[in-house]
Design a protein around this ligand. Structure first.
Ligand code: XMP
Length: 509
């Protein structure tokens, strides 16, 4: 890729955000940890140095050798990056009197500078640093100041090296996107050609080249990522893509049949495998959430392995891995500490030994959706709420039986259909029902009842890391509660979960 932007990560919480903003400008970029600068930089047109939780004065602070970069490629150094260039090139970085955090305004901007083209004085920026640049490095030219920060931005004379102490990637920097565009397009000359259409064309031809006439197996989940990955691969290799869609018996009501149908209509070569009984059997008597998750994970691996063996001469395993997972595994701090438990002490199941192909590994979630749209995947499928892999098993608190699954599927169906009917579905990030291990007293006609309680949960979120409960209209809740209690045998009480994450989680188990 000749038009690539290299983002060198010094461990800032905002690094991913820089990448997202660059991609929003339709410019492709990749994040590398500061200690793994690629040897071959010929594909890159510009470099952005990220911020960092470190102080440049700390002994263990990141200290990469930038000799292959500086003066050779246009550089935009953000926050730590800006301080790093100053500190090691004759400038002076010291602790600021007060921690400079939050909104500030660029009270002075030097005239005629491309980096600040179309950005006016008083533009709001976001500061987040406890060190500050007291003196600029050699050949430093000050470009902007705020009331408290004299050297808010500078460049180095004679090279295309720019540095800013504020964060253009944060929305509170109102002209941040303009500044990034000024740097990437006007200064570095990158073209804004990274569009979903361009991605599809490039990926399909790369997949064709890589896979040739080999066979690929892929597990479909009904979710956005695996579906988009499948459609891309299908475009590249057609019938040589073998999709497997497993019914674990813990999906939403009618979901297996309807999603399988949709997949077939999309022309995918897909086999639906109803393994509900096998999963129920594996879950028998288990009530610990992690034990349930493990039993489901292991059973899935067994079922998938059996099915993969049915396809002769398969070479590749395709996965819907997306960029945040990739970044996590190569981040400055190393892979996340969660170590996936593995069922098979005797070695990996055969399908895990296949070569892996991951067509979405460079995309963020919203980009996957945009690519899905470009591929004309059904809007309803692309807009579906996230649904956990272990499905209803972690929404039935305690042990699982076929009857409990039936009850929860009915309740969930009424709730979700209601959200759709009331045009609330797309306003909610995720919703579902939980079957509580509690019975409560009620009356129906002249009879006392002693039946199940269900909770409804609907949250707003962007990534599931934090979430707020949704203020659903009382009339909607009232109607939904009535319908559930009237129609679902075995339930006589409905409650609504009004806890946010943190401290609660989205799922109850
Ligand atoms: P929590 O409950 O941790 O959920 O706030 C955050 C997001 O993750 C989903 N989730 C899971 N997804 N396997 C999955 O594939 C799991 O075991 C699992 N547990 C939680 C949850 O639905 C929410 O979107």
């Amino acid at each position: 890729m000749q038009n690539n932007v290299l983002i060198l990560d010094f461990g800032s919480q905002y690094t991913q955000l820089i990448a997202r903003r660059v991609r929003e400008l339709n410019i492709y970029c990749e994040i590398y940890p500061y200690h793994k600068i690629p040897d071959d930089l010929s594909g890159f047109k510009a470099v952005i140095l990220s911020g960092s939780p470190f102080s440049v004065r700390a002994e263990d602070a990141p200290h990469p050798d930038l000799s292959q970069i500086r003066g050779k490629l246009p550089v935009l150094a953000v926050c730590y990056g800006a301080q790093y260039l100053a500190h090691f090139n004759g400038g002076k970085v010291e602790p600021s009197g007060t921690r400079e955090y939050g909104r500030a305004n660029l009270t002075v901007i030097k005239d005629g500078e491309l980096l600040f083209d179309e950005i006016k004085e008083n533009s709001q920026v976001w500061m987040s640093h406890s060190d500050t640049i007291m003196e600029l490095p050699e050949k430093g030219v000050r470009l902007a100041s705020t009331t408290d920060v004299l050297n808010a931005a500078y460049r180095i004379d004679g090279e295309e090296t720019y540095a800013i102490q504020f964060h253009p990637e944060v929305y509170h920097s109102t002209d941040g996107k303009q500044l990034l565009e000024n740097f990437l397009v006007k200064i570095a000359g990158t073209s804004q050609s990274w569009t979903p259409g361009a991605f599809v064309d490039l990926t399909v031809s790369e997949l064709k080249e890589k896979i040739g006439d080999d066979k690929v197996v892929l597990g479909l989940s009904g979710g956005v990522d695996s579906t988009v990955a499948a459609v891309l691969l299908h475009k590249a290799i057609g019938k040589n893509l073998y999709c497997i869609f497993v019914n674990n018996g813990l999906l939403r009501k009618n979901e297996f049949e309807s999603v399988l149908d949709q997949y077939k209509h999309m022309g995918l070569n897909v086999k639906g495998v109803d393994a509900s009984d096998r999963f129920l059997e594996a879950l028998k008597g288990l009530s610990d959430p992690e034990a349930k998750r493990k039993a489901i994970g292991n059973t899935f691996i067994e079922v998938f392995d059996d099915e993969a063996h049915e396809i002769t001469d398969v070479t590749y395993l395709a996965q819907g891995t997306i960029y945040p997972d990739v970044i996590e595994s190569v981040s400055v701090n190393g892979p996340s500490v969660t170590i996936k438990s593995h069922h098979n002490v005797g070695g990996l199941p055969d399908f895990m030994k296949l070569k892996v192909v991951e067509p979405l590994r460079m995309l963020f979630k919203d980009e996957v959706r945009r690519v899905g749209k470009e591929l004309e995947i059904d809007k309803e499928l692309l807009g579906r709420h996230p649904f956990p892999g272990p499905g209803l098993a972690i929404r039935i608190l305690g042990d699982i039986t076929a009857e409990k699954v039936r009850i929860l599927q009915e309740v969930d169906h009424i709730f979700i259909q209601g959200l759709r009917d009331w045009m609330l579905y797309d306003k909610v990030w995720q919703a579902g029902a939980i079957l509580l291990p509690v019975q409560s007293v009620g009356v129906m006609g002249d009879e006392r009842t002693y039946e199940q309680v269900v909770a409804l949960r609907a949250v707003e979120s962007t990534d599931g890391m934090t979430a707020d409960w949704v203020n659903l209209p009382y009339e909607f809740l009232q109607k939904t509660s009535n319908t559930i209690i009237n129609r679902v045998k075995g339930v006589n009480r409905v409650v609504y979960d009004i806890s946010s994450k943190p401290p609660a989680t989205i799922e109850w188990e």
